[in-house]
Design a protein around this ligand. Structure first.
Ligand SMILES: *Cc1c(COP(=O)(O)O)cnc(C)c1O
Length: 371
């Protein structure tokens, strides 16, 4: 147990979210565990997701996939941001599926497969309109490749605006995906796994399911887009993470005291302030204003600038909080605490960034969600 900060992760809530999403979509679920499982801890989350009905794992980086293998995970793993120059030999020997989005990448994988003496398992990523990863200008050339030495397991693409269900770009991307699947089939390649949907599409767009969905944020119980899709609660998801920190110090200060670097804030009246033992080195956004912590049954907003290791909250003159008490930085909101959504809004950002940036100094603790 840490003495100043911890991220409590409720794996039973994860199970609830995954099994529900799995039941609703009725296709294979790839659990997206990139970026240390969105900050919640790669290995424990991956294991729990697989126990809860996910059959695949998805990561961005090769090293994330290798870490999973080294920890005994033998489920299929897709790594989709494996750039040219990566250690493809290691990927192939670890039986890791590789997303491919360039001819250069394909070439290197093929050379590596020859060296290792094993077919490489690949998923062809196609750009259907997001204009980020995936084949676009090299697509016609790709269709002239000889895939004999590859095991083409999948074809996939990614939505740019799935969190805005009515958007016509979603329909265009869907149609473009179907078209590209057909073009690949026309050269005799028909990958068993076709996947396009992220969390938002898994929740809102059943036409996009094909044979598998890739679920990230929703599995962690967070909404892909609070403004367009509603909160976790509206979506029936249970946030699995609760970030807690200790009050390093509680003190009474007079009105008109300047607080923190740059004296960017001033106490309005005599009040009690709490110094929270967590700062931007731990992922608390420095620009956050309008969020805070929850302690002794009420919210205490941030006052002044967030520092590297600490920030100050205004507890209010009547607060019973004391030096050494734990506070909730964010949680599922059910007790009145701030949520990752609130912190996202307070930082001109989104819940995704709030959870993924929780720093390595904060221990992840797995237990059920009770406080
Ligand atoms: C991160 C990512 C996902 C998961 O997105 P969510 O919105 O968190 O569900 C799915 N697919 C790809 C390619 C990704 O990079």
């Amino acid at each position: 147990m840490s003495d100043r900060a911890e991220f409590l992760v409720d794996l039973s809530a994860l199970t609830t979210n995954v099994s529900r999403l799995k039941k609703e979509c009725a296709v294979e679920v790839l659990a997206v565990v990139k970026a240390d499982a969105y900050g919640h801890g790669l290995i424990r989350v991956a294991q729990a997701a697989l126990k809860s009905g996910a059959t695949w794992l998805g990561v961005a980086l090769l090293e994330e996939a290798i870490t999973l293998r080294e920890n005994g995970v033998d489920a299929p793993i897709l790594a989709w941001l494996v750039s040219p120059g990566s250690d493809f030999d290691s990927a192939i020997s670890h039986n890791i599926d590789l997303g491919v989005s360039s001819l250069k990448g394909l070439q290197e994988i093929s050379e590596s497969a020859k060296r290792v003496g094993k077919k490489a398992r690949i998923h062809i990523e196609v750009d259907t309109g997001m204009t980020r990863g995936g084949f676009l200008d090299e697509w016609n050339q790709l269709l002239r490749e000889d895939f004999a030495e590859f095991d083409v397991v999948g074809i996939f693409s990614h939505f740019a605006r799935a969190d805005e269900p009515g958007e016509k770009q979603n329909i265009e991307q869907l149609e473009r995906f179907k078209q590209m699947v057909k073009e690949l089939q026309s050269i005799g390649i028909d990958p068993a796994i076709k996947h396009l949907a992220n969390s938002a599409a898994t929740i809102k767009d059943k036409d996009s399911f094909f044979t598998m969905v890739r679920v990230g944020i929703a599995m962690y119980g967070l909404s892909p887009d609070v403004a367009h899709l509603g909160t976790s609660k509206d979506l029936g998801l249970r946030p699995i993470g609760q970030l807690r920190a200790k009050l390093h110090l509680v003190k009474i200060v007079p009105a008109h005291s300047p607080v923190g670097y740059g004296a960017s804030a001033m106490t309005q009246s005599d009040t009690k302030l709490g110094v929270v033992a967590m700062g931007y080195a731990d992922g608390i956004p420095r620009i956050a204003q309008g969020a805070g912590v929850f302690v002794k049954g009420k919210k205490a907003p941030i006052i002044g600038r967030v520092s590297m290791d600490q920030f100050v909250v205004d507890l209010g003159s009547d607060s019973t909080a004391q030096t050494g008490d734990w506070v909730i930085v964010f949680g599922d909101g059910s007790h009145g605490e701030y949520t990752a959504d609130d912190w996202g809004r307070a930082s001109s950002s989104i819940n995704y960034e709030i959870v993924t940036r929780i720093g390595p100094r904060v221990p992840r603790i797995y237990q059920s969600h009770e406080y």
